[in-house]
Design a protein around this ligand. Structure first.
Ligand SMILES: [Zn+2]
Length: 88
């Protein structure tokens, strides 16, 4: 998929249920991973590539809130190595 944005040396590969860094078994392991599904929405390859290369996606539709059950649109960003929403 692309170079890992956290360790900058590993690559992000498809690990079945999620995407993860090839350096996860390295001496200094990198545990960065991205889910294939987030808030009820499947994340496409374009979204994953955007996250890896730009650190954010364009606005994505069809997320579903666990609290309210309502659907919403949002961007995804990587903050401190973790996937999060950006409603800005
Ligand atoms: Zn990495």
């Amino acid at each position: 998929m692309g170079i890992c944005p956290i360790c900058k040396t590993g690559r992000i590969v498809d690990k079945g249920k999620f995407y993860g860094c090839t350096n996860y078994k390295a001496t200094d392991p990198c545990t960065f991973s991205l889910p294939k599904k987030w808030s009820e929405k499947s994340l496409g390859k374009t979204a994953i590539k955007d996250l890896i290369t730009k650190g954010e996606t364009s606005k994505l539709k069809g997320f579903k809130s666990k609290k309210t059950g309502k659907k919403f649109d949002a961007k995804l960003t990587i903050k401190e190595g973790k996937l999060s929403f950006d409603f800005g």
